[in-house]
Write a protein that binds this ligand. Structure first.
Ligand code: PLP
Length: 376
């Protein structure tokens, strides 16, 4: 198995704790433990927790809470994993391993490149279809997807809401993609880790509602601001498939952590879930206002299609510098980290994460504009 370098994660891992202004982070400001566990009784309960292995596919209460996000699902339709990244890995590994004659994965681009990289590492023939710019929005190229699939297509992989653009697919797009998958006999892998982090009123539709052979991957790291819990999941309507996926996670991490499981369960209790979702939307709205102001002040040198969800957006700049070089120079000269568009196969762009501390965001943006204008 030969791995391509995961360029985005490499640059983040290397620099995110060193720079003064980290605008590469793709989540929202994380919750503190005492926001998640505000009452004495619950705090005592957490302190009394025995730090053994939890149920390896996730405790029943946690899986039940996760299943409440998907119409008609029960705990038997959910496998809990260590973060959304393990959910994606187990899904790709399982799907490609279980099929001899379907070796194609068609990935929506641009994308967080994990599914792309894993699929290539597991020997898949990786193809793509793009979100394209039209009418001030990023729209899936449905005709392009039709041209890409074949009887060898194993999976169509979506990221909805999308990282890095913050675009969301609408009901009609999901229906069209489901029809294409049905016609060629493919499964759909829908990474929906940003669902619930909408700037717009409507919740992003889930592929769960439109296709039976879907693996929905998600977790608490993004919309719920709890990446440190490392709780992710796969939701699937086929209980046998869920058991099969579980047997693959025996080989990866065995189980989530006991505290992650217990705290994840609390995060998804109805009242806490509502509190967290409101908090996320408030942060997104407040911080997007700062982003929008900055984009307006610099419209002579950059453009951006506003995100509909997720604390990330893709900024196209007019300066003729490669985005990887731009990112390197920004680190060295201004101590600002952004994610270069080259890592999403979109040159002349940078991804900016706007979900963290607003003061730092404003300062980091100002330094980025200074750099692009060649100012000290
Ligand atoms: C679309 C997407 N899926 C999955 C992940 C990984 O999530 P986790 O931190 O829960 O492993 C990320 C992280 O940035 C992501 O952007």
């Amino acid at each position: 198995m030969k791995l391509d370098e995961f360029h985005l994660e490499r640059i983040q891992s290397q620099w995110e704790n060193i720079v003064d202004y980290n605008l590469s982070e793709s989540g929202v400001e994380p919750l503190r433990l005492n926001e998640l566990v505000p009452h004495n009784r619950l705090q005592r309960e957490i302190l009394e927790t025995k730090l053994g292995y939890p149920q390896t596919n996730g405790s029943i209460p946690l899986r039940r809470n996760v299943s409440s996000l998907y119409e008609g699902a029960t705990e038997d339709h959910v496998l809990v994993t260590n973060g959304g990244s393990e959910a994606n890995m187990v899904s790709i590994w399982n799907m490609l391993h279980e099929s001899d004659d379907r070796d194609e994965v068609v990935v929506e681009l641009p994308n967080y490149m994990q599914i792309w990289g894993y699929s290539r590492a597991f020997g898949a023939n990786v193809k793509s279809f793009w979100l394209t710019e039209g009418d001030g929005a990023w729209l899936p190229d449905i005709e392009g997807l039709k041209d890409m699939v074949s009887k060898k297509t194993n999976l169509i992989a979506l990221c909805n809401p999308n990282n890095p653009t913050g675009a969301t697919m609408k009901e009609e797009h999901l229906k069209a993609i489901a029809e294409i998958a049905e016609d060629c006999g493919a499964w759909i892998l829908s990474d929906e880790i940003y669902r619930g982090a909408e700037l717009v009123e409507q919740r992003t539709p889930t592929m769960w509602d439109y296709y039976d052979r879907v693996l929905v991957t998600s977790g608490l790291s993004k919309a719920y601001g709890l990446p440190g819990l490392r709780i992710g999941w796969i939701a699937c309507k086929d209980e046998d498939k869920v058991r099969d996926l579980w047997s693959y996670s025996d080989y990866t991490s065995i189980a989530p952590s006991m505290l992650g499981d217990r705290l994840g369960q609390m995060a998804l209790e109805p009242a806490m879930r509502e509190f967290i979702e409101k908090r996320t939307k408030r942060i997104l709205k407040e911080n997007w206002a700062a982003m929008e102001k900055w984009l307006g002040e610099n419209e002579d040198i950059m453009t951006c299609i506003p995100p509909e969800a997720a604390p990330v957006c893709l900024v196209k700049y007019s300066e003729s510098i490669k985005s990887t070089e731009l990112a390197e120079s920004l680190i060295q000269e201004k101590s600002v980290l952004v994610a270069p568009g080259d890592h999403f196969l979109l040159p002349q762009t940078i991804r900016i994460g706007y979900g963290h501390d607003k003061k730092k965001l404003v300062k980091g943006l100002s330094l980025t504009a200074d750099f692009l204008r060649g100012e000290e």
